[in-house]
Ligand binder design. Structure first.
Ligand SMILES: Cc1cc2nc3c(=O)[nH]c(=O)nc-3n(C[C@H](O)[C@H](O)[C@H](O)COP(=O)(O)OP(=O)(O)OC[C@H]3O[C@@H](n4cnc5c(N)ncnc54)[C@H](O)[C@@H]3O)c2cc1C
Length: 381
């Protein structure tokens, strides 16, 4: 197995770096003080990026995008996540939308690519997270319509969304094979964004969604009845790898800052960089970050070669998210009290990385899946 980063891709990532330095970094101090970008600020930033050609990067060329692959996507988010605002370029739809029929594409996919509409993605429920197949939200067919009832929880980006990609059970006896996907406009009667849920992450306020006799036509169904989990599963793999790539940017930024600070901060007449206790924190962080980087890049390269990466994505996300937790913690320690203060982004990164060990499959579920693959066990074992 051999891979390298093509020179033109490195040059493109340089342009992303320049965007981050010019457009995002000047907003960092205000972001840290206020703890958020407003939805309008995010849109404005995305439009500025668009005017510089940074738009719909991973969208296939046949849909008017730039057709960049998985490795390119990982390198881009790695660069962007060096800013704590979790900013991403616009025009990238949730991959399930490519499975939509032509009418649905006109209503949802193309407007997302154009930046006219945005989605949220609703799977998790109060009683069902890791064990997704047991979702209790039901969609019951009545002629040409479906009646949807249930509650979703921890749904991100609801405040920015125009429609919801909803997963509901259409056959509770059939487990994951009884899950169906629907596209539902915000504001549909019976569909309510019932409450925001403040979290320890800056600027991250997921919502509870409630569906009470929410009636949608069969044309709102995305993919076959019972085919929702198969649609979601592929997306989860690539989502996991992207999350692993976020961690590289976060950890790199914190480590770069900690290295500079260690050289600057003097105690007992010497920079703390000369103390072995500090050096080891930096060295361990560098080693773990480099190991995570190769796991992510290798899996991304394999995906671009058309190889399956389900297990590789589990491994990369598990290692990278736990690495980022350790690295942000050590870097905060190197900064002492300053690291804990909101004058620096370290504390924001430290809080942000915590969620990635939970969302998109927790560390424990990842270990379970990796062990299952290792031991050759099936989903029934
Ligand atoms: C900020 C935020 C944003 C989110 N955004 C979205 C979103 O946009 N859309 C969406 O659908 N969901 C979203 N989620 C939900 C997220 O995907 C779930 O929180 C995650 O899947 C875990 O589910 P849970 O919280 O119900 O934990 P649980 O499944 O209740 O797990 C609790 C603990 O038990 C452990 N555990 C569970 N089962 C096992 C087992 N068999 N073996 C060992 N350990 C086990 C878990 O690892 C975890 O540590 C978001 C969550 C957060 C916090």
């Amino acid at each position: 197995m051999d891979f390298s980063i093509p020179a033109e891709l490195s040059m493109f990532v340089d342009s992303v770096r320049r965007f981050r330095e010019r457009e995002l970094m000047p907003l960092e101090q205000r972001f840290l003080t206020e703890g958020r970008f407003t939805p309008q600020e995010r849109r404005d930033l995305q439009e500025r990026a668009r005017s510089q050609g940074l738009w719909a990067l991973d969208v296939p060329e046949e849909y008017g995008g730039q057709g960049m692959g998985t490795l390119a996507t990982c390198l881009v988010v790695e660069e962007l996540y060096k800013h704590p605002g979790m900013f991403e370029f616009g025009g990238s739809p949730e991959p399930v939308l490519y499975q939509a029929d032509e009418e649905q594409k006109k209503r949802y996919l193309y407007p997302v690519i154009e930046g006219e509409r945005r989605s949220c993605y609703a799977f998790t429920e109060p009683g069902t997270g890791s064990d997704f197949a047991r979702i209790a939200t039901t969609a019951v067919r009545d002629g040409d319509n479906w009646a949807i009832n249930g509650t979703k929880i921890f749904i991100s980006e609801v405040d920015r969304a125009d429609f919801c990609i909803l997963f509901a059970s259409t056959d509770p006896e059939a487990g994951s094979r009884g899950i169906t996907c629907f596209l539902i406009d915000m504001g549909t009667p019976g569909f309510d964004a019932s409450r925001p849920i403040p979290t320890m992450g800056d600027d991250w306020e997921p919502y509870e969604l409630s569906f009470s006799d929410c009636v949608v036509p069969d044309s709102a169904r995305l993919g076959p009845v019972g085919g929702g989990w198969a649609l979601a599963n592929e997306q989860l793999t690539h989502g996991r790898l992207k999350i692993a790539a976020f961690q590289l940017g976060i950890a790199q930024r914190c480590l770069d800052m900690a290295v500079e600070w260690a050289k600057e901060r003097v105690t007992w007449g010497k920079p703390i960089a000369t103390r072995q206790g500090v050096q080891w924190m930096l060295a361990d962080s560098a080693v773990e970050l480099e190991a995570a980087r190769y796991l992510v890049y290798r899996a991304a390269w394999m995906a671009d070669e058309g190889q399956p990466i389900r297990n590789e994505a589990f491994i990369a996300k598990l290692y990278a998210t736990e690495m980022a937790q350790r690295v942000t913690d050590r870097c905060l320690q190197v900064f002492g009290g300053l690291g804990y203060s909101k004058e620096l982004p370290i504390q924001s990164f430290f809080r942000q990385v915590r969620v990635w060990r939970i969302g998109h499959g927790s560390s424990e579920i990842h270990r379970w899946m990796i062990a299952r693959n290792l031991l050759g066990l099936s989903s029934r074992d």
